[in-house]
Design a protein. Structure first.
Length: 688
């Protein structure tokens, strides 16, 4: 018997909001439907609504960006449940990624999607003509092959007995993606560009990894007794039959690039939630150079073989393999998110349960020889690993936040660093100007641009050119990013009072020929650098300004006397990094009149430019890798006289324009015309 004054326990709050608008009821999951608890609540809400006599149900999936197998099966179940009750269920706010998952699983033919006030099914839009066309005719109709190439390809097919698709790819006439797109159209089989969110890691594990790699197939989603399978050859009946025998499921094949399939197979274990099993296989050559305290070594021994160790190692290894510049490990209320910065853009690569985050952070702190018990204050450290035949440094930074410590690792891969001046991608004019500056015996050279624009890389390339036994070269950096032979490198340590300015004062007593100051941040460092340049030293440094002319006004604003700056400064190079077009999905097009108007010196009426369509190799961005665009300013006699007069920014711009100065924008347009990058990318980083 209950106590007289006892209060009934409160009903647990549902994770699915229910609202009734009269004509129909709306169900809105407050979290992603990939969450098991959310799916349970959704099923309960649908059952309760139908029992109340509500026959029209609208499911709002605004908070569900992607899918897993359990969710897709649940959507099919509740749709059929509503139909059996003489009602209907429509799905609204379907993200593009989720829509793709519904397409490839053929669920758009069974579910009703609601968009812009009208109902539609993705399957209707995807239907192909019942009359099958030949592959060559499709490639010809899509403008990918010429009649002459078709004829030559058919002749090779007759003589070699190979498929036409393989022949045209090997000849370099079309890409594998082009052929897959045409085959998808020919066979009425969906095509998918694989990425995170378009496969369920648990479903991918239905096939042993060795089998998946041997067959070059990847299970994507399982809905009831049907398995959606990615393969580059869906007509290979023995391969599909083996998958059906091993899984006991009916296979629904979809076209996918073979390299994408193999790549995801290698990464699929990394995306699985921790369950006491290995997170991912780590290559045998992966080794961490650790200097551990006695306490940390004990922790490391206990953790040997732990999934967390494998997760940390595989995360670093994947980042090195994919050319990542930064790894972001971020805690949230109910999950841990990992994002990679590739070519300046962040991409989410995996998510784990929230409880994984503290263990992963602690492991990385151990690798960096940091205090794992300190979670209230930011910490900085360094990890050195050996992987894929080379040594890689990682700069680690932690920052306490609302749900735990956010960690960012900067990947410093020396093998990927451009330490050769000839490989900086400078135009002929800019390369000649920069080389001219470096031949000077003394003076101040500034490299300008925003954070992450490659300024330090340009300075390292310059030092590599100047480096010799006959010169005493000293650097002051924060931090030292790449270690160079012969050069004396010094690191700023503000915690013990070693600032740029203080080290620079002492460096001048070390008989230097060349001094590299990582960055001029304040007046004292600027004054010492100018004095060093005036007293016979070649000084190289960086500034955060938008262009080369801005460096002059910034130095004067810091308090440098114009007459001193005019004598000390010998030149400025400004630069930006722009993404280059992905070679795997690159396509050319005829420029519009508006775009051609930007190329004032171009008289051609048939100006062809290029862009990327987006593919798995570039995370559907159309861009892969980056190059720098530059402008170089030489401080000649005319400019020296102008600097002495303390000019305004407008006066500097007018002077440069009169001289025919080639700006960042001009250099960028040259790269656009060469089909290296796009006009949109140039406009995003350089003003006309």
């Amino acid at each position: 018997m209950s106590e007289p004054n006892s209060t009934p326990a409160a009903e647990p709050q549902s994770r699915v909001l229910h609202t009734n608008s009269g004509q129909f009821s709306t169900l809105t999951p407050i979290d992603a439907c990939t969450n098991t608890n959310v799916l349970e609540d959704l099923r309960e809400q649908v059952t309760a609504a139908l029992e109340r006599g509500e026959r029209g149900l609208l499911l709002n999936l605004a908070n569900t960006p992607s899918a897993n197998s359990d969710m897709l099966e649940a959507l099919l179940d509740i749709t059929e449940q509503a139909q059996q009750a003489n009602g209907w269920l429509r799905i609204a706010q379907v993200s593009p990624l989720l829509h793709q998952a519904l397409d490839i699983t053929r669920l758009t033919e069974k579910l009703t999607l609601f968009a812009d006030g009208s109902t539609s099914t993705g399957g209707d839009a995807a239907k192909h003509s019942p009359q099958r066309q030949r592959l060559g005719d499709l490639l010809l109709a899509n403008g990918l092959l010429t009649p002459e190439q078709i004829e030559q390809g058919l002749a090779l097919q007759a003589s070699q007995g190979r498929k036409l698709g393989e022949i045209v790819i090997d000849q370099g006439w079309v890409t594998e993606q082009d052929v897959l797109r045409a085959l998808s159209q020919q066979l009425s089989i969906p095509r998918v560009s694989l990425k995170a969110g378009l496969y369920d890691p648990e479903t991918a594990a239905l096939l042993p990894k060795k089998v998946s790699r041997r067959l070059a197939v990847l299970p994507l989603f399982k809905v009831r007794n049907e398995l959606t399978l990615a393969t580059h050859n869906p007509q290979n009946a023995p391969k599909l039959r083996e998958v059906e025998d091993r899984t006991g499921l009916k296979v629904l094949p979809v076209f996918a690039n073979e390299s994408e399939v193999v790549g995801i197979i290698d990464q699929s274990d990394e995306a699985r939630e921790l369950s006491g099993e290995l997170i991912a296989e780590v290559d045998d050559d992966f080794h961490v150079f650790e200097t551990l305290s006695e306490e940390q070594a004990t922790i490391d021994e206990v953790a040997t073989g732990s999934p967390i160790i494998n997760l940390a190692n595989s995360l670093i290894q994947r980042a090195v393999r994919e050319g990542v510049s930064d790894i972001h490990i971020e805690p949230f209320r109910d999950k841990c998110r990992v994002r990679f910065r590739i070519d300046g853009v962040l991409y989410e690569v995996m998510k784990h349960r929230a409880e994984v985050h503290p263990a992963l952070v602690s492991r990385l702190k151990v690798m960096a020889n940091l205090d794992i018990a300190e979670r209230r204050l930011p910490q900085d450290g360094r990890i050195q690993v050996f992987t894929q035949g080379r040594s890689v440094d990682l700069r680690l930074s932690t920052l306490p936040g609302l749900f735990g410590e956010k960690m960012v690792l900067r990947v410093l891969d020396r093998s990927q660093a451009i330490l050769d001046l000839n490989n900086l991608g400078l135009s002929k004019t800019n390369s000649s100007n920069y080389q001219q500056l470096l031949t000077q015996g003394y003076g101040l050279i500034l490299v300008t641009g925003p954070t992450g624009s490659g300024k330090t890389t340009s300075l390292y390339a310059a030092l590599d050119q100047l480096n010799s036994l006959e010169r005493n070269i000293v650097t002051i950096e924060d931090p030292v990013e790449y270690q160079m032979d012969i050069i004396n490198q010094n690191e700023v340590r503000n915690n013990v009072g070693l600032s740029f300015a203080k080290i620079l004062k002492h460096v001048l007593r070390q008989d230097p020929d060349v001094i590299m100051v990582g960055e001029i941040r304040e007046r004292e460092t600027a004054e010492i650098a100018v004095q060093a340049a005036l007293t016979g030293h070649l000084v190289l440094s960086t500034l955060h300004t938008n262009d080369s002319a801005g460096a002059i006004t910034r130095m004067i604003d810091m308090g440098i006397e114009p007459y001193l700056l005019s004598s000390a400064l010998i030149g400025v190079m400004a630069q930006r990094l722009v993404r280059t077009i992905c070679p795997a999905c690159k396509t050319s097009y005829l420029a519009s009149p508006e775009v051609k108007a930007r190329f004032a010196d171009d008289d051609s009426s048939n100006l062809r430019l290029a862009k990327g369509r987006g593919c798995g190799e570039c995370y559907d961005s159309g861009y892969r890798n980056r190059i720098a665009i530059h402008e170089t300013l030489i401080n000649d006699d005319d400019l020296q006289r102008l600097i002495v007069s303390n000019p305004s920014r407008d006066e500097l711009n007018a002077h440069l324009q009169a001289k025919g100065f080639e700006s960042l924008y001009d250099d960028g347009l040259t790269r656009v015309k060469a089909q290296v990058t796009t006009i949109e990318e140039i406009l995003s980083v350089a003003n006309s």
